[in-house]
Write a protein that binds this ligand. Structure first.
Ligand SMILES: Nc1nc2c(ncn2[C@@H]2O[C@H](COP(=O)(O)OP(=O)(O)OP(=O)(O)O)[C@@H](O)[C@H]2O)c(=O)[nH]1
Ligand SMILES: [Mg+2]
Ligand SMILES: [Zn+2]
Length: 302
């Protein structure tokens, strides 16, 4: 590599990033000058397109990070709350993953993932893993989400159910598994890419020690074309840079009614002649989804 070349970041830790250049992974440092630029976002994450230059015989450098065409990000939890935490850059679809059995399904958290996907214009696909543990009634909510336009894929890394269909959905796209710890994201990738042998941990281990099996996000090339990201489990998910007056646009089924509200700036929480509240009372908008909207409004304005 004599001249600077473009590559894809497949792994990023504090000191180093792994960059895929022509089927070869090159470990690089990040140019000091880039690190000094004050940013309210992550400098370099998996999925980023970067320019790599040789510094000397031993070292390669990320000299430039190209603009992101899309991302999946959240408000950084804890100390860095004023900053955007980008989990994956330049992705096409988000595989929002939950499971039957344990950990328990959480509709509020699912809706947060979906809101962020809508805001960031990334196609969400709901993946329900551990179908071998499904109990009667567990899937009753699927049709509500499908009617809104969100595909729901029922799979099992344990029995192999739905893995072929999942593989088809991934073809040629950059996709990322996201979801709580213990739902089986890494287990599913081990099924899709046998031989990778990613570490997994039992759910009791996850909960007992609050520990996450996957600690560093990585991007893997797929034989059918495209890339697939594994990410660490998410416990907290707050929106980043989503103005409160645009929240209703991130619920597709609310968007259909908002122009019919009596007030143009209707928040759909207390106003008279609100078409959204009317639709919710008629049952056209699901009550639980509406509840998620109201809760997100409250936490976004806080
Ligand atoms: N019964 C059953 N168990 C599964 C299935 N898929 C995964 N598991 C189990 O669920 C546990 C968690 O799996 P992981 O793949 O580590 O989960 P993860 O989502 O990657 O977790 P983090 O890396 O912490 O975010 C392991 O004990 C797996 O064996 C499945 O389809 N059925
Ligand atoms: Mg994992
Ligand atoms: Zn309204």
């Amino acid at each position: 590599m004599s001249k600077p070349v473009q590559g894809l970041v497949v792994r990023a830790t504090a000191g180093f990033v792994d960059v895929l250049v022509d089927a070869e992974v090159i470990q690089c440092r990040i140019r000091g000058r880039l690190k000094k630029t004050p940013l309210d976002t992550d400098l370099c994450v998996i999925g980023d397109q970067v320019i790599v230059a040789r510094e000397d015989q031993q070292t390669c450098l990320v000299a430039e990070v190209l603009p992101r065409r899309s991302r999946f990000s959240r408000r950084q939890p804890g100390k860095g709350r004023g900053k955007e935490d980008v989990l994956v850059a330049n992705l096409d679809q988000l595989l929002v993953t939950f499971s039957y059995g344990r950990p328990l399904f959480n509709a509020r958290l699912l809706d947060r993932f979906l809101v962020i996907a809508e805001h960031q214009r990334v196609q969400p696909i709901i993946v329900m893993n551990k179908s071998d543990l499904e109990q009667p009634g567990d899937s009753s909510w699927h049709k509500i989400y499908e009617s809104i336009g969100y595909p729901v894929l029922k799979v099992s890394a344990g029995t192999g159910e739905g893995i072929d269909a999942l593989g088809e959905v991934l073809r040629g796209k950059i996709s990322a598994f996201v979801g709580p710890s213990g739902v089986g994201k890494s287990s599913l990738i081990n099924q899709i890419l046998p031989g990778l042998g990613l570490g997994v941990a039992s759910v009791s281990e996850h909960h007992g020690k609050g520990r996450h099996a996957t600690r560093v996000a990585s991007l893997y090339a797929l034989p059918q074309g495209g890339f697939l990201a594994d990410t660490p489990g998410i416990r907290e998910l707050a929106t980043w840079a989503l103005p409160i007056d645009q929240l209703d646009r991130c619920f597709p089924e609310l968007t259909r009614y908002r122009s019919e509200c009596a007030f143009r700036s209707c928040t759909h929480t207390h106003e008279p002649q609100c078409a959204v509240i009317d639709a919710m009372h008629r049952g056209t908008i699901d009550r639980d989804r509406y509840e998620s909207y109201v809760r997100l409004r409250e936490s976004t304005s806080a």
